[in-house]
Write a protein that binds this ligand. Structure first.
Ligand SMILES: Cc1cc2nc3c(=O)[nH]c(=O)nc-3n(C[C@H](O)[C@H](O)[C@H](O)COP(=O)(O)OP(=O)(O)OC[C@H]3O[C@@H](n4cnc5c(N)ncnc54)[C@H](O)[C@@H]3O)c2cc1C
Length: 418
């Protein structure tokens, strides 16, 4: 890790993010939540301040920060009661473009993503029938001359209505014709603006929290062949290579949530009086919060360790997945303790606890479900047999039966974004 100067000092970054977030208090999020409206002003402010370009190298106009710094940005957003889900994907999905895109693609898009004039917020992987089994996805991209023709459907493609560009994983070679199960999928950088109404339909899905998620239908939509990133058929590997960063960044958001819940819970326990004394004098009130606090500290240490390994270029699949698991559990435990401490008021919108409670629940399922993280750890850390992907591994062309995560030692297979 490089020495930190004023620009990269984590406490300076944290203070800057906190100042920005102070302009977007609970009332702002509450109002948007009620209307399920995208937090435009917040995303705009983050873009203008350069935070969403943290990981873009300075040669393309970004800040060129490391993952540890990016994690601090997302953690602080959540610690302040805001929600980075509206824009966090920009941080990690541009990595696929950066690592595997051509220099022409990088020159063309990254400076504009960095200065906020183009949004790269959407990542279309999950499909209704494939779910966690990413290799079973069915959306096809068929090469026709100097174009690809897209057909199929994605689900849970978040922020697609608010993004100019979308990273798409689609099948370019039929499953039964590939030598290895992980072959045959390709990644495309799709310019959504040109496609709406021309073979692409986006339908919002209303969810329990304000997440701007959608389903996308491709009906013979034509994109230029130049939209392909890297080599045809290698897309699954490209996407997997970004997994650890995603896990660590999402874990950092969970830590921010956990800290928010613990702080709110403690403040309320001191102030709320019942039976003539603050409820916080009761151990039954203190203990769940104290336990959540300790679990948050422990999870935070693993998140930081995973980020440090990532920044040092060390394989960190086990640490990144453990970080995601522990941080998501810590935030959920803290959410539960905070809500309980608030009694009936925990359910009242004006306290923001119920909103944050709904928001943090997502991390048990997305971007990867807790079970699939455990599957990864069982296999890669403990050397136990791979428990998933057995049925589909028997598909023709499956070779030695390598499943989604196999061959990718750095990250769990399965769905990747949220
Ligand atoms: C709000 C939201 C936003 C999202 N945003 C995006 C996005 O932007 N882009 C994108 O591509 N995807 C996105 N997703 C999809 C998300 O990544 C998936 O929902 C998630 O990975 C789980 O997949 P699934 O819903 O298909 O569940 P399924 O695969 O149907 O699994 C259902 C349950 O079964 C369990 N399960 C399945 N297989 C096993 C097994 N072998 N062992 C043990 N348990 C198992 C899972 O853990 C899960 O709890 C989003 C989802 C949500 C809810």
């Amino acid at each position: 890790m490089t020495a930190r100067d004023e620009r990269t000092d984590l406490s300076v970054i944290r203070e800057g993010v906190a100042r920005l977030c102070a302009r977007f208090p609970g009332a702002y999020w509450r109002e948007l939540d009620g209307r399920r409206e995208y937090p435009q002003a917040f995303v705009q402010a983050l873009s203008e301040a350069g935070y969403l370009a943290a990981l873009i190298p300075s040669e393309y106009g970004g800040s060129g920060l490391d993952l540890a710094a990016a994690a601090v940005i997302l953690e602080e957003i959540h610690r302040q009661g805001c929600n980075a889900a509206a824009c966090h994907a920009q941080m990690y999905i541009m990595g696929t473009l950066l690592r595997h895109g051509s220099s022409e693609q990088k020159q063309r898009y990254l400076p504009r993503v960095a200065d906020g004039s183009l949004r790269l917020q959407a990542f279309a992987v999950t499909e209704p029938t494939s779910g966690t089994d990413t290799l079973a996805l069915r959306t096809t991209a068929e090469r026709q001359g100097d174009e690809y023709v897209l057909s199929g459907q994605k689900i849970w493609t978040s922020r697609a209505e608010h993004s100019d560009l979308m990273l798409l994983l689609a099948r370019t070679t039929p499953r039964e014709q590939v030598a290895q199960r992980t072959d045959g999928l390709s990644v495309f950088l799709v310019d959504l603006r040109a496609l709406i109404g021309h073979g692409v339909t986006i339908k919002p899905i209303r969810t329990m929290m304000n997440h701007a998620t959608t389903e996308i239908f491709f009906d013979h939509a034509r994109i230029p062949a130049a939209a392909l990133i890297g080599a045809e058929g290698r897309g699954f590997r490209y996407v997997l290579s970004g997994m650890n960063a995603e896990r660590i960044l999402i874990a950092a958001e969970c830590i921010g949530d956990a800290k928010w819940f613990v702080a709110r819970g403690a403040a309320y326990a001191k102030e709320r009086e019942v039976f003539g004394q603050p409820i916080g004098v009761n151990q039954g009130v203190q203990f769940p919060l104290a336990r959540a606090f300790a679990h948050t500290l422990a999870a935070e240490a693993i998140v930081q360790r995973a980020a440090a390994s990532y920044d040092a270029g060390v394989d960190c699949g086990i640490e990144a997945n453990s970080a995601k698991l522990l941080a998501a559990d810590a935030s959920w435990e803290a959410a539960e303790a905070c809500l309980q401490i608030h009694g009936g008021f925990g359910f009242a919108e004006e306290y923001d606890v119920e909103r944050k409670f709904r928001e943090t629940r997502l991390y048990q399922v997305a971007p990867i479900s807790t079970n699939l993280v455990l599957c990864y750890l069982a296999e890669h850390a403990l050397g136990l047999p791979k428990s998933y992907g057995r049925a589909s591994a028997e598909a023709p062309g499956s070779g030695s039966g390598s499943g989604a995560g196999a061959g990718a030692h750095s990250a769990a297979g399965g769905p990747i974004s949220e």
